[in-house]
Write a protein that binds this ligand. Structure first.
Ligand code: AMP
Length: 284
């Protein structure tokens, strides 16, 4: 399966892409991530991209097309991929079309995450706060000023892709303002409707991609069940023990009460008898 995730910065493309990776066992190809790695490594591409990225602009088309073309050829992309952050311009989309044609690959769908622009700034602010809390390095371009520029370049250069792909009958639009799980479900339903995934085959391919994980996951519930059974047994034992103890205690108290009552009765009887004797003696 090969899909494109389209949406402005902060629309949740990255989050949804990660979920799709786990579900379908395909790879996420994020040009933003690749460029950040290149910047960190100080490669020629990184050096070219650094300033542009920090300012919220777009890296030249030929640079990103080159990166994507190489990446698609790698073995882990053979089962399929999600393009996240690429294409971002119409020339990039055209280059991708010809690139896929040459490689005899078909694009299954373009999923657009539509979001309310006023929510984007607060979403990115939340993302930054969470990253800081986790002690992660915060992206240089995740500031309100740069975000405004990134949004402007999305509107002018990336939004035309909505028309581009809708003309080619590839576009599916999903409400990106829903809860994360809801968006994931909506994407899955859409992929099913398009025939890009089948309920059974996608499960198999995911199992192939991560058999160790699946086996572990399968073991987990079994272990949990074992633990639960054990604790249920011990709970039963504890209840039985408690019942026995209560019975014993009840018997003991009953015995004590009877003994006390008997003692009292004996005492009373003895007193009465003694009184009678003294009365008789007095009469005499
Ligand atoms: P992202 O992580 O997708 O938000 O990308 C971060 C930055 O990397 C963008 O603001 C651009 O400067 C650059 N970038 C990522 N993908 C592309 C692309 N397809 N075309 C041009 N620039 C890109």
């Amino acid at each position: 399966m090969r899909i494109i995730l389209l949406g402005p910065p902060g629309s949740g493309k990255g989050t949804q892409a990660q979920r799709l990776v786990q579900r379908y066992g395909i790879v996420q190809l994020s040009t933003g991530e690749m460029l950040r790695a290149a910047v960190a490594a100080g490669t020629p591409v990184g050096l070219k991209a650094k300033e542009i990225m920090a300012g919220g602009g777009l890296v030249p088309d030929d640079v990103v097309v080159g990166i994507i073309s190489d990446r698609i050829d790698q073995p882990d992309a053979k089962h399929g991929f999600i393009l996240d952050g690429f294409p971002r311009t119409v020339p990039q989309a055209e280059a991708l079309d010809s690139l896929l044609r040459h490689k005899h690959l078909k694009l299954d769908a373009v999923i657009e995450l539509r979001v309310n622009e006023s929510a984007l700034l607060s979403r990115v602010e939340t993302r930054v706060a969470q990253m800081r809390q986790r002690g992660e390095e915060v992206r240089l371009d995740d500031t309100p000023e740069v975000l405004t520029k990134r949004l402007a370049s999305y509107r002018s250069q990336t939004e035309p892709l909505i028309h581009y792909y809708s003309e080619r009958r590839k576009l599916s639009t999903i409400d990106g303002m829903m809860a994360i799980d809801e968006v994931t479900r909506a994407i899955h339903r859409q992929l099913l409707a398009l025939g890009a995934v089948e309920p059974k085959t996608h499960a198999r391919s995911a199992a192939k991609a991560a058999p160790a994980k699946k086996a572990k996951a399968a073991k987990k519930p079994a272990k949990a069940a074992e633990k639960a059974a054990k604790s249920a047994k011990s709970a039963k034992k504890a209840v039985k023990g408690a019942k026995k103890a209560t019975k014993k205690a009840a018997k003991k108290t009953a015995k004590k009460v009877v003994k006390k009552a008997a003692k009292k009765a004996v005492k009373k009887g003895a007193k009465k008898a003694a009184k009678k004797v003294t009365k008789k003696r007095a009469k005499r």
